[in-house]
Write a protein that binds this ligand. Structure first.
Ligand SMILES: [Zn+2]
Length: 475
């Protein structure tokens, strides 16, 4: 073969290869755009059905109607039975309860905090014991107050701490856009304040509520004790109460606080996670889990935290069913118990014998309130994230702006060991900590359409992953 002929043959081969690659890639593009069109139609139907009917809000109404759902409380037990009933009425399959042991702390009948000053007179402060706190003596406790702005200041003032009330007046940083990260820093004083104060001989830890709100509602939450360190009681006060106390201490450093709590740590009790499925018709053993936690703090019915997450998960399955969509893989709703008081429900779910023949490919938690959803966080490697992101045009059509690395949560975290990809619905966070763990977390703080948009996003996500999986690399 002449050199010219040889060159011509190579050019022809190159051209043929180019045509094959181009055809294949345009076929891929066509099939991707066909898929996107198909799911966009489904997204539109989910959107219309959800916004017209608002099933999430009516479920949330029922959940909050039982009152607060502190682990071990009658409200928590009632919510277990209620959500089991809702799952049955929805026609979910495999509806069942899985046991978990939960702490049983009760707040007791009255909580008092009175500022007593010969200069300024007496003022009652709005206060709430922190979850798990020991009680004061039944006659109460009266002591002087030392205000500190962080743990280092406590260390500097430790010589004068004995027998006193340590007042951690630490603001949740308002300059931080991500309120969850500001909350994490401020809440450290609620969690560790009692231990750090007790190490310096103090009698009580009083903590400024970690909240963005300027109001008179105390915000409770979890705290911890340490072996070998005296278990002194601890409470939160409202932001307005903290400002008043701080101003008053400047005018009268000798003022005293009288505090009385009757809270009790009772023996742990048995409670349950509640589980229901839309079974997959092709790969029933592969699970896409949507979850929220059924328990709440006891100062309100926990509408945003986390009645909203439970309503999201339940209603997402309801919408998929209402559209007669049969998933290839199983889509499961889990109402986790006891996220707030140690996360036992999530731990027990992950290690239950019932998981033996199941493979959780994706678990998505909603535990950031029922506010307007912005995006979806997926804690996955880059190929999985890229696979998810190719569906973005569909999510944008329902006003979900991004799919990013991140997400997850306390209840689903134990599934990571099994190789489950974890995710979370991410709503706007600017108002969440106004109500979080306080008396303001009530049904009227939730907007029905904002709540429903979260459900629609989760139903779409679960349905697409049930059909398409998480990419060819995940086989
Ligand atoms: Zn929560």
């Amino acid at each position: 073969m002449s050199i010219r002929k040889h060159a011509l043959k190579i050019r022809c081969l190159g051209l043929a290869l180019f045509i094959i690659v181009s055809v294949a890639s345009s076929q891929q593009k066509n099939s991707l755009s066909d898929q996107i069109e198909k799911y966009q139609n489904i997204a539109q139907r989910l959107l219309e059905q959800g916004l017209r009917e608002l099933p999430s809000y009516s479920i949330l109404e029922k959940i909050t109607s039982v009152g607060h759902r502190l682990p071990g409380s009658p409200g928590a037990a009632a919510a277990v039975e209620l959500t089991r009933q809702i799952m049955m009425e929805m026609g979910l399959k495999n509806v069942h309860l899985e046991p978990t042991t939960v702490p049983h702390w009760v707040r007791g009948p009255e909580e008092e905090a009175l500022m007593i000053s010969s200069v300024l007179g007496d003022h009652a402060l709005s206060t709430a014991a922190i979850g798990g706190s020991a009680a004061t003596h039944e006659d109460g406790l009266s002591a002087q107050v030392i205000e500190v702005k962080d743990f280092s200041e406590l260390e500097r003032l430790k010589e004068s701490a004995a027998g006193k009330i340590i007042f951690f007046n630490v603001k949740m940083e308002p300059g931080t856009l991500n309120t969850f990260s500001a909350y994490g820093k401020a809440a450290a004083y609620r969690v560790r304040g009692a231990v750090e104060a007790a190490k310096r001989g103090a009698a009580f830890a009083l903590v400024r509520s970690p909240t963005t709100a300027n109001d008179d509602f105390p915000h409770t939450g979890m705290m911890s004790y340490e072996p070998g360190i005296p278990k002194i009681p601890a409470a939160c006060i409202s932001t307005q109460g903290a400002d008043l106390l701080s101003r008053s201490l400047k005018l009268d450093p000798d003022l005293r606080l009288f505090i009385r709590f009757h809270c009790q740590n009772l023996p742990p009790v048995r409670s349950y996670n509640v589980i229901g499925d839309l079974p997959g018709y092709e790969k029933p053993e592969e699970i896409i889990l949507l979850g929220g936690h059924l328990d709440s703090w006891d100062l309100s019915p926990g509408a945003h935290d986390d009645g909203a997450g439970c309503a999201h998960a339940l209603s997402a399955l309801y919408l998929i069913k209402a559209l007669d969509l049969r998933p290839k893989r199983t889509i499961r709703a889990v109402m986790f118990m006891n996220e707030e008081f140690g996360g036992s429900g999530g731990c027990d779910y992950a290690v239950s014998d019932k998981r033996a023949n199941e493979k959780h490919i994706l678990a998505v938690e909603s535990d950031r309130g029922g506010f307007l959803p912005l995006g979806i966080g997926i804690n996955a490697d880059d190929p999985t994230l890229n696979w998810m992101q190719k569906w973005m045009p569909i999510f944008q059509s329902i006003q979900i702006h991004w799919i990013r690395k991140g997400g997850g949560g306390v209840d689903i975290a134990p599934l990571a060991e099994q190789g489950t990809v974890l995710g979370g619905l991410i709503p706007d966070s600017q108002r969440y900590f106004d109500v979080h763990h306080s008396g303001r977390d009530t049904l009227d703080a939730v907007h029905p359409r904002e709540l429903e948009l979260g459900t629609i996003a989760l139903s779409l996500l679960a349905y697409i992953v049930s059909e398409e999986g998480l990419g060819p690399h995940m086989k």
